[in-house]
Write a protein that binds this ligand. Structure first.
Ligand code: BG6
Length: 481
Protein backbone atom coordinates (compact mmCIF):
# COMPACT_ATOMS: atom_id res chain seq x y z
CA UNK A 1 0.00 0.00 0.00
CA UNK A 2 2.90 2.30 0.76
CA UNK A 3 3.58 3.01 -2.93
CA UNK A 4 0.17 4.66 -3.46
CA UNK A 5 -0.76 8.27 -2.73
CA UNK A 6 -1.79 8.95 0.86
CA UNK A 7 -3.41 12.04 2.29
CA UNK A 8 -3.27 12.89 5.95
CA UNK A 9 -5.94 15.44 6.81
CA UNK A 10 -5.54 17.25 10.10
CA UNK A 11 -8.85 18.73 11.21
CA UNK A 12 -8.42 21.40 13.83
CA UNK A 13 -5.15 22.45 12.21
CA UNK A 14 -5.13 25.83 13.91
CA UNK A 15 -5.57 24.44 17.43
CA UNK A 16 -3.18 23.71 20.24
CA UNK A 17 -2.96 19.95 19.81
CA UNK A 18 -2.16 20.37 16.13
CA UNK A 19 0.62 22.87 16.52
CA UNK A 20 2.19 21.41 19.64
CA UNK A 21 1.88 17.73 18.90
CA UNK A 22 0.56 16.64 15.53
CA UNK A 23 2.54 18.86 13.15
CA UNK A 24 5.79 18.03 14.95
CA UNK A 25 4.91 14.32 14.92
CA UNK A 26 4.18 14.16 11.21
CA UNK A 27 7.35 16.12 10.52
CA UNK A 28 9.46 13.58 12.47
CA UNK A 29 7.79 10.69 10.65
CA UNK A 30 8.38 12.40 7.33
CA UNK A 31 11.97 13.27 8.23
CA UNK A 32 12.75 9.66 9.12
CA UNK A 33 11.24 8.39 5.85
CA UNK A 34 8.76 6.20 7.70
CA UNK A 35 5.65 7.36 5.85
CA UNK A 36 4.61 6.34 2.35
CA UNK A 37 6.78 8.32 -0.05
CA UNK A 38 3.80 9.95 -1.67
CA UNK A 39 2.03 11.41 1.37
CA UNK A 40 0.37 14.80 1.29
CA UNK A 41 -0.72 16.64 4.41
CA UNK A 42 -3.78 18.87 4.49
CA UNK A 43 -4.69 21.12 7.40
CA UNK A 44 -8.35 22.01 7.82
CA UNK A 45 -9.93 24.49 10.27
CA UNK A 46 -12.19 27.49 10.40
CA UNK A 47 -9.44 30.12 10.60
CA UNK A 48 -8.62 31.76 7.30
CA UNK A 49 -4.87 31.47 6.98
CA UNK A 50 -2.10 30.27 4.70
CA UNK A 51 0.08 27.23 5.16
CA UNK A 52 2.95 29.66 5.81
CA UNK A 53 1.07 30.95 8.82
CA UNK A 54 0.42 27.43 10.10
CA UNK A 55 4.12 26.75 9.70
CA UNK A 56 5.03 29.89 11.59
CA UNK A 57 2.80 28.96 14.54
CA UNK A 58 4.07 25.44 14.94
CA UNK A 59 7.72 26.28 14.22
CA UNK A 60 8.85 26.54 17.77
CA UNK A 61 7.53 23.06 18.60
CA UNK A 62 9.37 21.36 15.72
CA UNK A 63 12.99 20.36 16.06
CA UNK A 64 15.05 20.76 12.91
CA UNK A 65 18.59 19.47 13.32
CA UNK A 66 21.50 20.87 11.30
CA UNK A 67 21.47 19.36 7.83
CA UNK A 68 17.72 18.77 7.85
CA UNK A 69 16.73 22.17 6.49
CA UNK A 70 16.10 20.94 2.94
CA UNK A 71 14.00 18.08 4.17
CA UNK A 72 12.05 20.51 6.30
CA UNK A 73 11.32 22.62 3.22
CA UNK A 74 10.18 19.52 1.35
CA UNK A 75 7.91 18.63 4.25
CA UNK A 76 6.17 21.98 4.06
CA UNK A 77 5.90 21.68 0.28
CA UNK A 78 3.89 18.52 0.89
CA UNK A 79 1.55 20.51 3.16
CA UNK A 80 -1.47 22.61 2.26
CA UNK A 81 -4.11 24.33 4.32
CA UNK A 82 -7.80 24.51 3.60
CA UNK A 83 -10.15 26.80 5.53
CA UNK A 84 -13.73 25.64 6.03
CA UNK A 85 -16.58 25.39 8.49
CA UNK A 86 -16.99 22.21 10.49
CA UNK A 87 -20.70 21.99 9.83
CA UNK A 88 -20.94 22.81 6.12
CA UNK A 89 -20.98 19.93 3.72
CA UNK A 90 -20.07 22.17 0.80
CA UNK A 91 -16.78 23.09 2.47
CA UNK A 92 -15.94 19.42 2.79
CA UNK A 93 -16.84 18.90 -0.84
CA UNK A 94 -14.29 21.54 -1.76
CA UNK A 95 -11.78 19.81 0.50
CA UNK A 96 -12.55 16.56 -1.25
CA UNK A 97 -11.97 18.11 -4.66
CA UNK A 98 -8.67 19.51 -3.64
CA UNK A 99 -7.51 16.17 -2.16
CA UNK A 100 -8.67 14.29 -5.26
CA UNK A 101 -6.56 16.48 -7.54
CA UNK A 102 -3.35 15.22 -6.04
CA UNK A 103 -4.34 11.56 -5.93
CA UNK A 104 -2.84 10.13 -9.11
CA UNK A 105 -3.16 6.41 -9.82
CA UNK A 106 -5.68 3.63 -9.23
CA UNK A 107 -5.44 3.55 -5.42
CA UNK A 108 -5.36 6.41 -2.92
CA UNK A 109 -5.75 6.29 0.85
CA UNK A 110 -6.93 8.90 3.31
CA UNK A 111 -6.44 9.40 7.03
CA UNK A 112 -8.40 12.00 8.97
CA UNK A 113 -7.06 13.13 12.32
CA UNK A 114 -9.69 14.87 14.46
CA UNK A 115 -7.85 17.38 16.60
CA UNK A 116 -11.14 19.22 17.18
CA UNK A 117 -13.22 19.99 20.27
CA UNK A 118 -15.72 17.28 21.26
CA UNK A 119 -18.59 19.68 20.54
CA UNK A 120 -18.00 19.40 16.79
CA UNK A 121 -17.07 15.71 16.70
CA UNK A 122 -20.40 14.58 15.33
CA UNK A 123 -20.77 17.12 12.56
CA UNK A 124 -17.17 16.66 11.45
CA UNK A 125 -17.46 12.88 11.19
CA UNK A 126 -20.77 13.07 9.34
CA UNK A 127 -19.29 15.45 6.82
CA UNK A 128 -16.17 13.37 6.31
CA UNK A 129 -18.39 10.38 5.71
CA UNK A 130 -20.64 12.23 3.28
CA UNK A 131 -18.13 14.21 1.34
CA UNK A 132 -14.56 13.04 1.86
CA UNK A 133 -14.19 9.28 1.97
CA UNK A 134 -11.74 7.79 -0.47
CA UNK A 135 -13.39 6.06 -3.38
CA UNK A 136 -10.22 4.27 -4.41
CA UNK A 137 -8.59 3.19 -1.18
CA UNK A 138 -9.02 3.14 2.56
CA UNK A 139 -10.39 5.89 4.79
CA UNK A 140 -9.35 5.87 8.45
CA UNK A 141 -10.25 8.29 11.19
CA UNK A 142 -8.21 9.00 14.30
CA UNK A 143 -10.03 10.38 17.30
CA UNK A 144 -8.87 11.63 20.67
CA UNK A 145 -10.58 11.63 24.01
CA UNK A 146 -12.92 12.75 25.49
CA UNK A 147 -15.00 9.84 24.21
CA UNK A 148 -18.05 11.09 26.07
CA UNK A 149 -18.12 11.90 29.77
CA UNK A 150 -20.08 8.89 31.06
CA UNK A 151 -21.57 5.61 29.87
CA UNK A 152 -24.59 7.20 28.16
CA UNK A 153 -22.81 9.97 26.26
CA UNK A 154 -20.02 7.61 25.25
CA UNK A 155 -22.49 5.02 23.95
CA UNK A 156 -24.20 7.76 21.97
CA UNK A 157 -20.92 8.79 20.39
CA UNK A 158 -20.03 5.17 19.65
CA UNK A 159 -23.30 4.47 17.92
CA UNK A 160 -22.94 7.68 15.95
CA UNK A 161 -19.48 6.62 14.78
CA UNK A 162 -20.43 3.04 14.04
CA UNK A 163 -23.25 4.35 11.86
CA UNK A 164 -20.62 6.07 9.73
CA UNK A 165 -17.52 3.88 9.80
CA UNK A 166 -16.56 0.30 10.42
CA UNK A 167 -14.64 -0.43 13.62
CA UNK A 168 -11.56 -1.23 11.45
CA UNK A 169 -11.62 2.37 10.24
CA UNK A 170 -11.77 3.97 13.68
CA UNK A 171 -8.55 4.59 15.61
CA UNK A 172 -9.25 5.78 19.17
CA UNK A 173 -6.02 7.15 20.56
CA UNK A 174 -4.94 6.58 24.11
CA UNK A 175 -1.40 7.81 23.80
CA UNK A 176 -0.27 5.79 26.82
CA UNK A 177 -0.61 2.74 24.59
CA UNK A 178 2.14 4.21 22.43
CA UNK A 179 4.65 4.42 25.28
CA UNK A 180 7.61 2.07 25.24
CA UNK A 181 7.13 0.54 28.67
CA UNK A 182 3.39 0.12 28.21
CA UNK A 183 4.10 -1.73 24.98
CA UNK A 184 6.69 -3.80 26.84
CA UNK A 185 4.16 -5.16 29.34
CA UNK A 186 3.03 -8.05 27.20
CA UNK A 187 6.57 -9.12 26.40
CA UNK A 188 7.57 -8.91 30.00
CA UNK A 189 4.67 -11.00 31.14
CA UNK A 190 4.33 -13.55 28.39
CA UNK A 191 7.91 -14.05 27.19
CA UNK A 192 9.41 -14.67 30.64
CA UNK A 193 8.67 -17.88 32.41
CA UNK A 194 9.70 -16.45 35.80
CA UNK A 195 6.63 -14.21 35.78
CA UNK A 196 4.25 -16.80 34.45
CA UNK A 197 3.64 -18.84 37.64
CA UNK A 198 3.99 -15.84 39.99
CA UNK A 199 1.64 -13.36 38.37
CA UNK A 200 -1.40 -14.04 40.53
CA UNK A 201 -3.15 -13.75 43.89
CA UNK A 202 -1.01 -16.49 45.47
CA UNK A 203 2.12 -14.39 45.02
CA UNK A 204 1.13 -10.78 44.57
CA UNK A 205 -0.10 -8.65 47.46
CA UNK A 206 -1.00 -5.44 45.73
CA UNK A 207 -0.43 -3.44 42.54
CA UNK A 208 -0.10 0.32 42.30
CA UNK A 209 -0.35 2.13 38.97
CA UNK A 210 0.41 5.81 39.24
CA UNK A 211 0.63 9.00 37.27
CA UNK A 212 2.08 12.15 38.79
CA UNK A 213 2.57 15.55 37.24
CA UNK A 214 4.43 18.46 38.80
CA UNK A 215 2.19 21.18 37.33
CA UNK A 216 -1.42 22.24 37.74
CA UNK A 217 -4.03 23.32 35.22
CA UNK A 218 -2.34 26.67 34.67
CA UNK A 219 -4.82 28.32 32.33
CA UNK A 220 -6.31 25.08 30.99
CA UNK A 221 -8.87 25.02 33.78
CA UNK A 222 -11.90 25.37 31.53
CA UNK A 223 -11.50 22.03 29.78
CA UNK A 224 -10.07 20.33 32.82
CA UNK A 225 -12.82 21.38 35.20
CA UNK A 226 -15.47 19.77 33.00
CA UNK A 227 -13.69 16.45 33.18
CA UNK A 228 -11.41 16.26 36.22
CA UNK A 229 -8.42 14.01 36.73
CA UNK A 230 -10.44 10.79 36.84
CA UNK A 231 -11.82 11.25 33.33
CA UNK A 232 -8.65 12.94 32.10
CA UNK A 233 -6.16 10.27 33.12
CA UNK A 234 -7.52 7.45 35.27
CA UNK A 235 -10.44 6.14 33.26
CA UNK A 236 -8.27 5.90 30.15
CA UNK A 237 -4.48 5.88 30.59
CA UNK A 238 -4.32 4.08 33.94
CA UNK A 239 -7.10 1.64 33.17
CA UNK A 240 -5.39 0.72 29.90
CA UNK A 241 -2.22 -0.07 31.81
CA UNK A 242 -4.23 -2.09 34.30
CA UNK A 243 -5.76 -4.21 31.58
CA UNK A 244 -2.33 -5.03 30.13
CA UNK A 245 -1.00 -5.90 33.57
CA UNK A 246 -3.97 -8.06 34.49
CA UNK A 247 -5.26 -9.68 31.31
CA UNK A 248 -4.81 -13.35 30.43
CA UNK A 249 -2.43 -14.35 27.66
CA UNK A 250 -4.02 -13.63 24.27
CA UNK A 251 -4.38 -16.50 21.82
CA UNK A 252 -2.06 -14.72 19.36
CA UNK A 253 -0.63 -11.24 18.93
CA UNK A 254 -3.41 -10.41 16.53
CA UNK A 255 -4.85 -7.01 17.59
CA UNK A 256 -8.32 -8.40 18.09
CA UNK A 257 -7.07 -11.34 20.15
CA UNK A 258 -5.26 -8.90 22.42
CA UNK A 259 -8.22 -6.61 22.72
CA UNK A 260 -10.51 -9.56 23.41
CA UNK A 261 -8.42 -10.35 26.50
CA UNK A 262 -8.35 -6.72 27.61
CA UNK A 263 -12.11 -6.52 27.42
CA UNK A 264 -12.48 -9.81 29.22
CA UNK A 265 -10.48 -8.73 32.24
CA UNK A 266 -12.39 -5.44 32.39
CA UNK A 267 -15.62 -7.38 32.44
CA UNK A 268 -14.47 -9.03 35.67
CA UNK A 269 -14.23 -5.66 37.42
CA UNK A 270 -17.18 -4.36 39.40
CA UNK A 271 -18.01 -0.66 39.17
CA UNK A 272 -15.77 1.27 41.54
CA UNK A 273 -17.36 2.05 44.89
CA UNK A 274 -17.06 5.42 46.54
CA UNK A 275 -15.58 3.84 49.66
CA UNK A 276 -12.61 2.75 47.55
CA UNK A 277 -11.88 6.27 46.35
CA UNK A 278 -9.97 9.24 47.69
CA UNK A 279 -10.14 12.53 45.83
CA UNK A 280 -8.03 15.63 46.29
CA UNK A 281 -7.62 19.15 45.00
CA UNK A 282 -4.48 21.26 45.27
CA UNK A 283 -4.19 24.53 47.09
CA UNK A 284 -1.46 27.15 46.64
CA UNK A 285 1.78 26.67 48.50
CA UNK A 286 2.23 28.71 51.67
CA UNK A 287 4.25 31.89 51.52
CA UNK A 288 7.97 31.43 51.75
CA UNK A 289 7.93 27.84 50.44
CA UNK A 290 9.53 27.97 47.01
CA UNK A 291 8.08 29.90 44.05
CA UNK A 292 4.57 31.01 44.67
CA UNK A 293 2.06 28.60 43.13
CA UNK A 294 -1.65 29.22 42.72
CA UNK A 295 -4.15 26.75 44.06
CA UNK A 296 -6.63 25.13 41.67
CA UNK A 297 -9.44 27.43 42.77
CA UNK A 298 -7.20 30.48 42.31
CA UNK A 299 -6.76 29.67 38.62
CA UNK A 300 -8.93 32.27 36.83
CA UNK A 301 -10.05 29.67 34.27
CA UNK A 302 -11.52 27.45 37.01
CA UNK A 303 -15.13 28.10 38.11
CA UNK A 304 -15.49 29.40 41.66
CA UNK A 305 -16.05 26.77 44.31
CA UNK A 306 -15.38 23.87 41.96
CA UNK A 307 -15.08 20.45 43.63
CA UNK A 308 -13.43 18.83 40.61
CA UNK A 309 -10.68 16.46 41.70
CA UNK A 310 -7.11 17.15 40.57
CA UNK A 311 -5.96 14.05 42.44
CA UNK A 312 -7.56 10.64 42.81
CA UNK A 313 -6.77 7.27 44.22
CA UNK A 314 -9.09 4.33 43.61
CA UNK A 315 -8.91 0.62 44.30
CA UNK A 316 -10.29 -1.77 41.71
CA UNK A 317 -11.06 -5.43 42.27
CA UNK A 318 -10.87 -8.09 39.61
CA UNK A 319 -13.17 -10.97 40.35
CA UNK A 320 -11.48 -13.81 38.58
CA UNK A 321 -9.43 -16.82 39.62
CA UNK A 322 -6.14 -15.03 39.07
CA UNK A 323 -6.82 -11.81 40.93
CA UNK A 324 -9.64 -12.11 43.42
CA UNK A 325 -8.74 -10.13 46.54
CA UNK A 326 -5.71 -8.35 45.05
CA UNK A 327 -6.16 -4.58 45.11
CA UNK A 328 -5.27 -2.73 41.93
CA UNK A 329 -4.71 0.81 43.06
CA UNK A 330 -4.90 3.57 40.47
CA UNK A 331 -3.49 6.88 41.58
CA UNK A 332 -3.10 10.12 39.63
CA UNK A 333 -2.60 13.75 40.35
CA UNK A 334 -1.58 17.15 39.09
CA UNK A 335 0.56 19.72 40.94
CA UNK A 336 2.50 17.03 42.78
CA UNK A 337 6.16 16.80 43.74
CA UNK A 338 7.40 15.10 40.57
CA UNK A 339 6.64 13.79 37.10
CA UNK A 340 6.34 10.05 37.16
CA UNK A 341 4.25 7.26 35.70
CA UNK A 342 4.90 3.73 36.86
CA UNK A 343 3.56 0.35 37.84
CA UNK A 344 4.60 -1.26 41.13
CA UNK A 345 3.88 -4.92 41.62
CA UNK A 346 4.38 -5.89 45.25
CA UNK A 347 4.90 -9.57 45.89
CA UNK A 348 3.94 -11.16 49.17
CA UNK A 349 6.47 -11.71 51.96
CA UNK A 350 8.39 -14.96 51.63
CA UNK A 351 6.58 -17.41 53.92
CA UNK A 352 8.33 -19.09 56.84
CA UNK A 353 10.50 -16.15 57.87
CA UNK A 354 13.96 -16.97 59.27
CA UNK A 355 15.28 -13.40 59.07
CA UNK A 356 13.42 -11.88 62.01
CA UNK A 357 11.24 -9.78 59.78
CA UNK A 358 14.15 -8.13 57.96
CA UNK A 359 13.25 -9.53 54.56
CA UNK A 360 11.14 -6.99 52.70
CA UNK A 361 8.75 -7.71 49.91
CA UNK A 362 10.00 -8.09 46.36
CA UNK A 363 8.74 -5.35 44.17
CA UNK A 364 8.80 -5.13 40.40
CA UNK A 365 8.81 -1.54 39.19
CA UNK A 366 7.97 -0.69 35.60
CA UNK A 367 8.74 2.96 35.11
CA UNK A 368 6.91 4.38 32.13
CA UNK A 369 8.39 7.87 32.48
CA UNK A 370 10.56 9.78 32.87
CA UNK A 371 13.47 7.53 31.96
CA UNK A 372 12.11 4.11 31.03
CA UNK A 373 13.26 1.49 33.51
CA UNK A 374 12.44 -1.90 34.85
CA UNK A 375 13.79 -2.98 38.17
CA UNK A 376 13.13 -5.75 40.59
CA UNK A 377 13.78 -5.18 44.25
CA UNK A 378 15.39 -8.17 45.90
CA UNK A 379 16.82 -9.02 49.28
CA UNK A 380 20.47 -9.95 49.28
CA UNK A 381 23.16 -10.58 51.86
CA UNK A 382 25.11 -7.41 52.38
CA UNK A 383 28.53 -8.16 50.97
CA UNK A 384 31.23 -8.60 53.60
CA UNK A 385 31.79 -10.42 56.88
CA UNK A 386 28.42 -9.69 58.42
CA UNK A 387 25.35 -11.74 57.71
CA UNK A 388 22.99 -8.80 57.24
CA UNK A 389 20.20 -8.43 54.76
CA UNK A 390 20.16 -5.59 52.32
CA UNK A 391 17.56 -4.56 49.79
CA UNK A 392 18.97 -4.22 46.28
CA UNK A 393 17.81 -4.22 42.67
CA UNK A 394 18.16 -6.02 39.39
CA UNK A 395 18.12 -2.90 37.34
CA UNK A 396 17.30 -2.44 33.68
CA UNK A 397 17.45 1.29 33.18
CA UNK A 398 17.09 1.93 29.48
CA UNK A 399 19.45 4.89 29.29
CA UNK A 400 22.23 2.70 30.69
CA UNK A 401 21.45 -0.52 28.86
CA UNK A 402 20.38 0.84 25.48
CA UNK A 403 22.57 3.89 25.13
CA UNK A 404 22.32 4.06 21.35
CA UNK A 405 18.58 3.63 21.03
CA UNK A 406 16.17 6.53 21.04
CA UNK A 407 12.81 5.62 22.43
CA UNK A 408 10.23 6.88 19.92
CA UNK A 409 7.51 9.23 20.98
CA UNK A 410 4.09 7.69 21.59
CA UNK A 411 2.35 9.81 18.96
CA UNK A 412 4.89 8.94 16.26
CA UNK A 413 4.38 5.27 16.85
CA UNK A 414 0.62 5.50 16.91
CA UNK A 415 0.24 7.64 13.81
CA UNK A 416 2.54 5.30 11.91
CA UNK A 417 0.35 2.41 13.10
CA UNK A 418 -2.61 4.08 11.43
CA UNK A 419 -0.75 4.18 8.12
CA UNK A 420 0.09 0.50 8.42
CA UNK A 421 -3.40 -0.42 9.65
CA UNK A 422 -2.28 -1.83 13.02
CA UNK A 423 -5.01 -1.45 15.61
CA UNK A 424 -3.25 -3.29 18.42
CA UNK A 425 -2.47 -0.12 20.35
CA UNK A 426 -5.84 1.56 19.87
CA UNK A 427 -8.93 1.33 22.03
CA UNK A 428 -11.76 -0.79 20.71
CA UNK A 429 -15.38 0.20 21.13
CA UNK A 430 -16.17 -2.54 23.67
CA UNK A 431 -13.13 -1.66 25.81
CA UNK A 432 -14.38 1.87 26.05
CA UNK A 433 -17.83 0.68 27.01
CA UNK A 434 -16.43 -1.44 29.83
CA UNK A 435 -14.27 1.44 31.05
CA UNK A 436 -17.35 3.64 31.40
CA UNK A 437 -19.32 0.88 33.06
CA UNK A 438 -16.63 0.69 35.74
CA UNK A 439 -16.29 4.44 36.22
CA UNK A 440 -19.69 6.02 35.66
CA UNK A 441 -21.56 5.08 38.87
CA UNK A 442 -19.02 6.48 41.32
CA UNK A 443 -18.34 9.56 39.18
CA UNK A 444 -22.08 10.28 39.28
CA UNK A 445 -22.07 9.62 42.99
CA UNK A 446 -19.19 12.04 43.58
CA UNK A 447 -20.95 14.73 41.60
CA UNK A 448 -24.43 14.23 43.02
CA UNK A 449 -23.17 14.21 46.58
CA UNK A 450 -20.92 17.15 45.89
CA UNK A 451 -18.04 15.34 47.60
CA UNK A 452 -15.47 17.87 48.77
CA UNK A 453 -11.96 16.78 47.78
CA UNK A 454 -9.19 16.62 50.38
CA UNK A 455 -6.73 19.46 50.06
CA UNK A 456 -3.07 19.04 49.29
CA UNK A 457 -0.39 21.60 48.74
CA UNK A 458 0.95 22.32 45.26
CA UNK A 459 4.23 20.44 44.91
CA UNK A 460 3.52 17.93 47.70
CA UNK A 461 3.03 14.16 47.48
CA UNK A 462 -0.76 14.57 47.53
CA UNK A 463 -3.37 14.42 50.30
CA UNK A 464 -1.95 13.04 53.55
CA UNK A 465 -4.81 10.54 53.72
CA UNK A 466 -3.35 8.69 50.72
CA UNK A 467 -0.63 6.80 52.59
CA UNK A 468 -3.16 5.37 55.00
CA UNK A 469 -5.31 4.34 52.07
CA UNK A 470 -2.36 2.58 50.39
CA UNK A 471 -1.70 0.69 53.63
CA UNK A 472 -5.38 -0.31 53.78
CA UNK A 473 -4.92 -1.88 50.38
CA UNK A 474 -1.93 -3.87 51.52
CA UNK A 475 0.56 -1.71 49.71
CA UNK A 476 3.70 -1.11 51.75
CA UNK A 477 4.98 2.37 51.28
CA UNK A 478 8.76 2.51 51.28
CA UNK A 479 9.44 6.17 50.99
CA UNK A 480 9.98 6.78 47.29
CA UNK A 481 6.52 7.23 45.91
C1 BG6 B 1 -3.34 13.80 28.62
C2 BG6 B 1 -4.10 14.56 29.68
O1 BG6 B 1 -4.13 12.79 28.10
O2 BG6 B 1 -2.17 13.25 29.17
C3 BG6 B 1 -3.23 15.63 30.28
O3 BG6 B 1 -5.25 15.16 29.09
C4 BG6 B 1 -1.92 15.05 30.75
O4 BG6 B 1 -3.89 16.29 31.35
C5 BG6 B 1 -1.27 14.22 29.67
O5 BG6 B 1 -1.07 16.13 31.12
C6 BG6 B 1 -0.03 13.50 30.14
O6 BG6 B 1 0.65 12.90 29.09
P1 BG6 B 1 2.18 12.56 29.18
O7 BG6 B 1 2.48 11.80 27.95
O8 BG6 B 1 2.91 13.86 29.29
O9 BG6 B 1 2.36 11.75 30.43
Amino acid sequence: DFQYPHTFVLLGASGDLAKKKIYPTIWYLYRDNTLPRNTKFVGYARTKQTIAEVREKSKKYMKVRPGEEDKFEQFWEANTYHAGAYDKRVDYELLNQSISKSEKGPVANRIFYLAVPPTVFEEVTVNIRNACVSIKGYTRVIIEKPFGRDDVSSAKLSSHLSGLFKEEQIYRIDHYLGKEMVQNLMTLRFANQIFNPTWNRENIASILISFKEPFGTEGRGGYFDDFGIIRDVMQNHLLQILSLVAMEKPVTLNPNDIRDEKVKVLRHINPIELKDVLVGQYVGNPEGQGDEKLGYLDDPTVPKGSVTPTYALAALWINNARWQGVPFILRCGKALNERKAEVRVQFKEAPGDIFNGHAKRNELVIRVQPGEALYLKLMSKSPGMKFDLVETELDLTYSMRYRETDVPDAYERLILDVFTGTQMHFVRNDELKEAWRIFTPFLKNLEENHVIPEQYVYGSRGPIQADKKLADYNFKYSGSY
